[in-house]
Design a protein around this ligand. Structure first.
Ligand code: PEP
Ligand code: MN
Length: 338
């Protein structure tokens, strides 16, 4: 942390800050410039309230140096993490592909999806059994029945199962069947749920809240890591903006930004991020080109009949085409895709 003093500050004010820094267990260096004096506090500032220094007399500005998140940060772990679940791999040259319906609807539907996902070369199967729906009158998911069907699909195909857990009480149940627990956008800041999935022993896909900042998102990841679970993937699924041509706005700059700040793999969701099936493949290709470590894409045997999110779901030939196009780009970048 750097405390920048006002031009007119007194020696007593400088000394007061320097002493407070030492009291808090850090070293303080007073640097007197020709115009300004700054006090550099050296030590782990994440344990103190950096902002509290702003209220001292004579202080002009306080500049934190360390990111407030620790285990998620590249400052603490500079090399990229690779997360592997069954044959699914994300990070460090591996771009993991996850496909499947928004919701598990029936045995025929999920088995057909699983076979098509596998045939196209993806290694993860998505499908919601507990669905967070805007309206309480919309389909809420098949719950445990849906989880059993997902486990059956894994049995046959070997695909890693990604499915959402919506509440703390359900973590044990969902963890019994799933390989990766998805925290939905609406739950990104449900801190008790984050702690519970942190203790679940399962890998976690943490979606970004549609109005959460990068820092809030990384601090949410920190809750999971802090429980001793290192297998956290961040999923950008689009944010709310003034635009209406897409359901959400999918920021590609999330990818290089997160790669600079965190070692955690970045998975992109062009389905929720656009809300239109015709945009999904182009955006998926763009995500891979921008360095994504994985993709999660909604697909359905018959999108017009889907019980949720059909308008943004690919059919099987479209999914296959998306996989082929993304593979070309990933291979051109020297990465493994699937
Ligand atoms: C989903 O993946 O189907 C879903 C509900 O996503 P999100 O939480 O990003 O809205
Ligand atoms: Mn969906």
């Amino acid at each position: 942390m750097i405390v920048v003093m006002e031009n007119s500050c007194t020696d007593e004010q400088i000394e007061r800050i320097a002493n407070r820094v030492i009291e808090l267990g850090m070293k303080s260096h007073v640097i007197r410039g020709t115009e300004r004096t700054v006090i550099a506090a050296v030590g782990d500032e994440r344990k103190i309230k950096v902002e509290s220094f702003e209220s001292y007399p004579g202080v002009s500005e306080v500049l934190p140096i360390l990111a407030p998140y620790k285990m998620a940060s590249k400052e603490v772990r500079p090399e990229m993490s690779q997360i592997q679940v069954l044959n699914f791999k994300a990070g460090r040259g591996a771009v993991g592909a996850i496909g499947g319906p928004c919701s598990v609807e029936s045995e025929e539907q999920i088995m057909a999806c699983a076979r098509a996902v596998k045939a196209a070369g993806a290694t993860g199967l998505r499908g919601g059994a507990f669905k967070p729906r805007t309206s309480p009158y919309s389909f809420q998911g098949m719950k445990e029945e849906g989880l059993k069907l997902l486990a059956m699909a894994r049995e046959e195909t070997g695909l890693a199962i990604f499915t959402e857990v919506m509440s703390t009480e359900d973590v044990e149940l969902v963890a019994k069947y799933a390989d990766v627990l998805q925290i939905g956008a609406r739950n990104m800041q449900n801190y008790r749920l984050l702690e519970a999935v942190g203790r679940s022993g399962r890998a976690v896909l943490l979606k970004r809240g549609p109005s959460a900042s990068m820092e809030e998102w990384l601090l949410a990841a920190e809750y999971i890591l802090n429980e001793g679970n290192p297998n956290v993937m961040l999923c950008e699924r689009g944010i709310r903006t003034f635009e209406s041509h897409t359901r959400f706005t999918l920021p590609l700059a999330t990818i290089p930004y997160l790669h600079r700040k965190t070692h955690l793999p970045v998975i992109m969701d062009p389905s929720h991020g656009t809300g239109h099936s015709y945009m999904v493949t182009d955006m998926a290709v763009a995500c891979v080109a921008a360095g994504a470590d994985g993709l999660i894409v909604e697909m359905h045997p018959n999108p017009e009949k889907a019980m949720s999110d059909g308008y943004q779901s690919l059919d099987f030939p479209q999914f296959e085409d998306m996989m082929q196009r993304c593979r070309v780009v990933a291979n051109a970048l020297g990465k493994q895709f699937g």
